[in-house]
Ligand binder design. Structure first.
Ligand SMILES: Nc1ncnc2c1ncn2[C@@H]1O[C@H](COP(=O)(O)OP(=O)(O)O)[C@@H](O)[C@H]1O
Ligand SMILES: O=C(CO)[C@@H](O)[C@H](O)COP(=O)(O)O
Length: 576
């Protein structure tokens, strides 16, 4: 590694940890460190990074815990050998939709930080509310109904803002907050997203939202490039639109905007150079698509706490069942996204059930899960005369499809197109490993089938490459099933730092923001410096006609299964 030259620091503040990753101008990773909330935080009653109020379906995280994480993480980066003086710019990524409510003392407190004390001990008093509503929150059904109906229907809201109303989206969350805590809302000087919260702390003054993450609020008119007045009016309540606009601030169009230099606190406490520049921070999913020069028809699947499916596209085709966001860097490009709450934690429940039946010492080992995942035949169908096993595993209320907590099983006969309800898979929990992973990928294939195109002559529409990122991308057995269900004419790939893709994308954005020529796009700059042979690894096969066709049949049953359950839920709601 060169011992001089600029370095760029990217952060990822996600559900279960804060990660930091440093690259040089050649895009090579030179340092990384993490702070795991459950393992490392002191003084917070959290589980998997969050707190839960089941009675109101609220999920939230203590903001002070993130402050603790920043100081400790920087110490860990120093222990890893990082020379802070060389860090020329910082950008961040944050779990999407979460909001932080700062009070009127915040700016003063941010500007006066004493380098001999921790952030946590000094900024505790800077918040109008100590908790940040988390993306897993499901408390805002009433507010979502109001958002969907104010522009006539959910289609129209999706057209204007890129998404129909969702529980976790910041607009419905603000509406509920100002009704539940009117005094705290009045005392709120500024609302930041998790992404702009990180930039704020490093800048030492309020930082704006970025042009991509702002699309996760149900408040931003994507085509007009402005706040939507009617939606702001709804969220703002009695204190009015102007007051809310003040709390939200402006949104720079340039995703590489230089917000200013680093707060003196970090110069004096951690040894940063005083000209280190802070760049707008974006959401963790927009940041993920910046971790490589993503090509047309490539798909990224993030296997974090949530599962997300991401594509970069120039076509804006919003629909109530999907999400569109502005690209975080490039005007005219959009990010298409599907998001599921029941990703990593749902798979962990099956892993734990399998491990508790066997004598493995390490209860968190994936070895047994992987063994059953690969030894069970596709759709747990021993021979083609037997029905296919389908299931849904939702320990948390799901986003797509909109179903409550539950676990459901069905056997599907593709010849007669009949679906029969079952109480479990024939061999539980061993076959659940296969059925849950297939279920997650079948849902992605079902919902992305009209967005992908044929990658080569004679092939059915499917991604060219599937890139896996997030914690679950370490797992090659899961990658194998991803390729079987989703295809991928060139196969399934993993970044060499795939579990840190969001932080990597943030660091790359900082490189681009500082080193771009006038008019040079992110794709151009990163494309020139990217070294495919060093940065990605092919970890599994993709398209295989026989198994692809089998899953093509299963999708019909999968769709029927979802429609059956949605119909039952609807009937329950009407019967209430
Ligand atoms: N070897 C593995 N196999 C499958 N899943 C894994 C493996 N290692 C980690 N994970 C999953 O990764 C998840 C965390 O992913 P990560 O992207 O780091 O989280 P975050 O949502 O905080 O960004 C954990 O919940 C765990 O289920
Ligand atoms: O809500 C969404 C996207 O809409 C989630 O994807 C969050 O952004 C959290 O991500 P992870 O912690 O799973 O990375």
């Amino acid at each position: 590694m060169a011992s001089s030259g600029p370095l760029y620091l990217g952060f990822d503040l996600s559900t279960q940890q804060l990660k930091g990753l440093v690259v040089d101008s050649s895009l090579k990773k030179v340092h990384d460190a993490k702070f795991d909330f459950d393992a490392d935080a002191r003084g917070f009653k959290i589980n998997k990074g969050v707190m839960v109020n089941e009675a109101e379906r609220e999920v939230f995280a203590p903001v002070a815990m993130w402050l603790q994480a920043i100081d400790v993480l920087l110490t860990r980066l120093r222990d890893d050998g990082l020379d802070f003086k060389r860090v020329k710019a910082i950008s961040g990524s944050g779990m999407q939709h979460g909001s932080v409510f700062w009070n009127a003392d915040a700016e003063h407190l941010l500007a006066q930080l004493n380098p001999n004390k921790t952030l946590e001990s000094q900024l505790d008093a800077a918040f109008a509310h100590p908790y940040s509503p988390n993306w897993q929150d499901a408390s805002t059904q009433k507010e979502c109904d109001e958002f969907d109906s104010i522009l006539s229907n959910e289609h129209q809201l999706a057209y204007v803002t890129g998404s129909k109303a969702h529980h976790r989206f910041t607009g419905p969350q603000i509406l509920r907050f100002q009704r539940k805590y009117p005094d705290k809302y009045i005392k709120t000087k500024r609302i930041t997203l998790v992404s702009s919260w990180i930039a704020t702390v490093f800048l030492g003054k309020f930082a704006p939202f970025d042009i991509s993450d702002v699309c996760g609020m149900n408040l931003w008119d994507i085509k007009a490039g402005t706040w939507h007045e009617k939606l702001l009016e709804l969220a703002a309540g009695p204190s009015g639109v102007e007051a809310l606009k003040q709390k939200l601030g402006d949104v720079p169009e340039d995703g590489g905007a230089h917000l200013g230099t680093i707060s003196d606190y970090f110069v004096r406490r951690h040894g940063f150079s005083d000209d280190c520049t802070i760049i707008t921070s974006t959401g963790d999913n927009p940041s993920t698509i910046l971790a490589l020069p993503l090509r047309h028809n490539d798909a990224m699947v993030s296997l974090g706490t949530s599962t997300t499916f991401l594509m970069s596209t120039s076509e804006y085709k919003p629909d109530p069942s999907t999400h569109f966001f502005n690209s975080p860097t490039t005007p005219g490009l959009y990010m298409f996204m599907l998001c599921y709450k029941n990703g990593g934690l749902a798979r962990e429940r099956v892993r734990d059930a399998i491990n508790s039946k066997s004598d493995v010492m390490d209860r968190t080992s994936w070895a047994e899960f992987d063994k059953h995942l690969l030894s069970t035949s596709p759709l747990a169908q021993d021979d083609p005369s037997k029905p296919m096993q389908l299931g849904l595993y939702f320990p948390r209320p799901e986003i797509i499809p909109d179903l409550p907590t539950g676990e459901w099983h069905f056997a599907y006969d593709p010849k007669s197109d009949t679906l029969t309800r079952a109480s479990s898979v024939p061999q539980s929990p061993e076959q659940d490993a296969r059925v849950i992973v297939e279920s997650q990928f079948l849902s992605l294939r079902l919902r992305s089938q009209h967005l992908v195109s044929s990658p080569a002559k004679g092939l059915p529409p499917q991604p060219r490459r599937v890139y896996l990122v997030g914690g679950g991308s370490r797992n090659k057995a899961i990658a194998t099933v991803a390729g079987q269900v989703l295809g991928g004419s060139e196969g399934v790939f993993k970044l060499d730092v795939g579990e840190n893709a969001c932080a990597l994308g943030a660091a790359y954005k900082a490189v681009w923001a500082m080193e771009r020529e006038a008019g040079e796009t992110f794709e151009e700059l990163i494309g020139k410096r990217w070294r495919e042979d060093e940065f990605v690894e092919r970890i599994a096969d993709g398209y295989n006609k026989e198994v692809w066709d089998k899953y093509g049949q299963a999708i019909r049953g999968f769709e029927q299964m979802e429609l059956t359950l949605l119909g039952e839920e609807e009937a329950k709601r009407k019967g209430q």
